[in-house]
Write a protein that binds this ligand. Structure first.
Ligand code: MSP
Length: 480
């Protein structure tokens, strides 16, 4: 049986989830559901990255202890995903015992060959949890966080990333599917070719974080421990971790690909472990044309939107709107028009009209519906290439095609003139809708369930109600 181990980044707990985090997590959920539906053994993991200085700062602002704060926030993240029908198999917290054990075991594997003590001097941005180069600053500030980085000079332990420049380039060249999409691979290759420096994997003790195994005065660098979460979830270092590792896919946005496509593979090579099969970076999106930012006050809580439009509509809009892999915009007006035209009209009406015709013309029974079992074709190809937007395009084509077929065949006339053809047309329509429900499930699980309820039984079930109620009176932009 195939397996599919897919991960999201583990998110920082200094804030509540916004629509950008929801985007990655919903995409991972759609892929996980797709593979589950095809019978694969799936492990879909998400979680939180707690050992960051951001946790300490946010806890202080909330006048509480970091551990307590992190626990409360972890619950908030988990609850958000539950409320968006995210069917994760594991939710990892990096303060957990299992994670600390995995980190210790991993560290033991790399320390002899690739870890040494040295002094680091640099400009540290807590927002990134990374050192910045002077030429990356704008007016002395981090361009992403607008903050002045801390000048840090301390004795640290280093990982010999420089040992892996050549092996990384060779690996990427030999495995074109390793970093996707292609423009990200090119970006990473250019970065590595430019020369990679050893990086510090510890910080002088800050009172928060995973203690450095051999030196009680240091803690492990948060990215070092965070990346290892993907192994923790697989069960590392227990023997059976190989039933999941290597992961089929690490999903994330483009902001953190250096950590995932350079540091992480080098760490794995050092530990003698196989690399993940694919790393896919999607784009970043803006809201109504603006960067998502706390200071601009335009962050959107996905729960607010799902309350107004429904969970499925939110999931659909996010994944259909942006070519998976490119940047895009979350636009309120667009969302409303997509909801009305593609969901309420094209899909909702289609289901309604087929169901009521089968109910009215055929006493609820179309007879034998031909089975379908095609696992090839452009829809499956798109899913295999993680192109969720394209897969949704295929779904839209089927919906449009079926609407057109019904318009042309006119079952309301056939009922009077040609009952045999009526039977053919409606059987065909129901068969397509059952297949469509299967395709739709990863994206809109509640809608798919309703469609199955309507069409699956020997008799059409007309009591399910509207899939997408028209919203014209309810849309009030200000409420977002
Ligand atoms: N904790 C690290 C990840 C460690 S993984 C071993 C981190 N956390 S984060 O909370 O900042 O999440 C970053 C991720 O959130 C991005 O890679 C992306 O998946 C998602 N996004 C955050 N803002 C986003 C947008 N504006 N647009 C798209 N995705 C966004 O980095």
């Amino acid at each position: 049986m195939d397996k599919f181990y897919v991960t999201t980044p583990i998110y920082y707990v200094n804030d509540v989830p916004h629509i950008g985090h929801a985007y990655t997590t919903i995409a991972a959920d759609a892929l996980a559901r797709y593979h589950r539906n095809r019978g694969a053994k799936v492990l879909f993991a998400t979680g939180v990255d707690e050992n960051s200085q951001k946790t300490v700062i946010a806890a202080a602002a909330a006048k509480t202890q970091p551990a307590r704060y992190a626990t409360a926030m972890a619950a908030t993240w988990q609850k958000t995903w539950d409320s968006l029908d995210i069917k994760y198999d594991d939710f990892i917290r990096t303060t957990s015992k299992r994670h600390k054990e995995a980190v210790a075991a991993f560290f033991a594997k790399i320390k002899k060959a690739d870890v040494y003590k040295g002094t680091y001097e640099g400009l540290y941005c807590v927002g990134h949890e990374a050192f910045l180069k002077p030429d990356e600053l704008v007016d002395g500030k981090c361009p992403d966080h607008g903050t002045v980085p801390q000048k840090v000079k301390e004795e640290n332990y280093f990982f010999k990333l420089s040992n892996y420049q050549k092996p990384l380039l060779e690996y990427i060249k030999a495995h074109p599917e390793f970093i996707q999409p292609e423009h990200r691979r090119n970006e990473i290759v250019a970065f590595i070719q430019g020369g990679v420096e050893d990086f510090s994997i510890s910080r002088q003790k800050t009172g928060w974080g995973i203690p450095y195994p051999d030196d009680p005065k240091q803690v492990l660098y948060v990215w070092f421990d965070a990346l290892i979460n993907y192994l923790t979830v697989a069960g590392f270092p227990n023997e059976n971790y190989t039933q999941w590792w290597p992961a089929e896919l690490h999903l994330m946005a483009k902001d953190i690909i250096r950590f995932h496509c350079v540091y992480w593979p080098a760490m794995l090579m050092s530990a003698g472990l196989p690399l993940p099969k694919a790393i896919f970076a999607h784009g970043f999106f803006t809201i109504d044309g603006q960067k998502i930012s706390k200071t601009l006050g335009n962050t959107i809580n996905p729960l607010e939107i799902s309350k107004q439009y429904g969970i499925d509509a939110l999931r659909y809009y996010l994944l259909r709107e942006i070519p998976f892999g490119s940047d895009g915009d979350f636009n309120h007006a667009r969302f409303e028009s997509v909801y009305e035209s593609e969901l309420a009209n094209d899909l909702g009406n289609l289901v309604q009209r087929v169901a009521s015709m089968v109910g009215g013309y055929m006493k609820g029974n179309v007879g034998q519906v031909p089975p379908f079992a095609h696992d090839d074709g452009p829809f499956h190809q798109a899913m295999g290439q993680f192109r969720l937007d394209k897969a949704l395009g295929e779904i839209r084509d089927v919906i449009r095609g079926l609407n057109q077929y019904i318009d042309e065949e006119k079952p309301w006339q056939l009922v009077k003139t040609d009952p045999a053809q009526l039977q053919v047309v409606l059987t065909h329509a129901v068969s397509d809708l059952v297949q469509l429900a299967d395709w739709i499930e990863p994206f809109m699980p509640q809608t798919a369930e309703k469609m199955m309820k309507i069409f699956e039984g020997p008799e059409i079930n007309l009591r399910v109600g509207m899939l997408f109620p028209k919203k014209e009176q309810q849309f009030k932009k200000k409420e977002f």
